[in-house]
Design a binder for this molecule. Structure first.
Ligand code: NAP
Length: 266
């Protein structure tokens, strides 16, 4: 299926690895020019170079090594040489998730950091680009959030809270006047995907449960109806579809990609 987005420009946060990388890759393979953001320059530059090879140099790929959750980082993105300024057709908002823990231990600082990274940063990115999209009659925003928005995970209280704030905002903003101007805003909710994020949280969980990491991996995957973790490539393919011409009548939605883990009928 031709997604009808070749030649467009996309901004993808957290794109040097994991789910953001999956989205950047899927879009680039559809002929989209991509500005890829992450803090660590070395991993990011390698991801950009590898994707350049995979796409045969057919699209423009630009790496910007900044912290997207800071104003200075976003300013650098808007001003990057060769980029489209703020005239993106597609924006995939994404950065690292907040740490797990006990809500009794989180102070105001911890909450502000989580809200900044997982609620206010996506809102700032939407604010900066959405009216320009509407003026051109096409725009796609996909926020990578979490299945925890629908089925909260107790140790991820910072994520549950901050991402629910973003979800509420998107529910309203996506249905505002921009909806009639070809702009959609949707949230893509990952369940368990085999990325560095999950690899970094497993050791502590395994220790807490008196199991090895490998034992815990087997148990977790057996609990997923699909019988396995997801991979960034299949996540990216869903993201690319949401960014496509074919998804023009789909906005304000929370799309789960969790191998069937969420057991609700609706
Ligand atoms: P990951 O594999 O750890 O990748 C995170 C990416 O984001 C990396 O490229 C990282 O590079 C970049 N990043 C982190 N903080 C950043 C910042 N402040 N500014 C710019 N780039 C930043 O994580 P992932 O699994 O892809 O997860 C992506 C998001 O989905 C996270 O918010 C995570 O909580 C959420 N999520 C993941 C899962 C899962 O199963 N994987 C499930 C639910 C929700 P640098 O570190 O170099 O910046």
């Amino acid at each position: 299926m031709d997604l009808g987005i070749a030649g467009k420009w996309a901004l993808v946060g957290g794109a040097s690895k994991g789910l953001g990388w999956g989205c950047a890759r899927a879009l680039a393979l559809e002929g989209v020019n991509v500005v890829m953001v992450a803090r660590g320059a070395e991993v990011l530059n390698k991801a950009v170079d590898d994707l350049r090879v995979e796409t045969g140099g057919k699209v423009q790929l630009i790496g910007v090594a900044v912290d997207i959750t800071t104003e200075a980082g976003r300013e650098a993105i808007w001003n990057v040489a060769g980029g489209p300024g703020k005239d993106y057709d597609i924006v995939v908002t994404n950065a690292g998730g907040p740490p797990p823990g006990d809500f009794r231990d989180w102070d105001r600082e911890a909450w502000l950091k989580a809200i900044d990274g997982n609620m206010l940063t996506p809102i700032e990115l939407i604010k900066a680009t959405v009216d320009r999209m509407a003026a051109r009659g096409f725009g796609r925003i996909v926020n990578i959030t979490s299945s925890a928005v629908k089925a909260p995970i107790d140790v991820l209280g910072l994520s549950n809270g901050a991402r629910s704030g973003l979800t509420g905002f998107v529910a309203g903003a996506s249905r505002s006047a921009i909806a009639a101007k070809g702009v959609t805003i949707n949230n893509l909710l990952p369940g368990k995907f085999d990325t560095d994020r999950i690899r970094s949280t497993l050791p502590a969980m395994a220790q807490k449960q008196g199991k090895t990491v490998e034992e815990l991996r087997v148990i977790q995957q057996a609990q997923i109806p699909a019988g396995r973790y997801g991979n960034p490539q299949e996540f990216g393919a869903i993201c690319a579809f949401l960014c496509s011409q074919h998804a023009a009548y789909m906005t304000g939605q929370n799309v789960l990609a969790d191998g069937g883990s969420y057991a609700g009928t609706y």
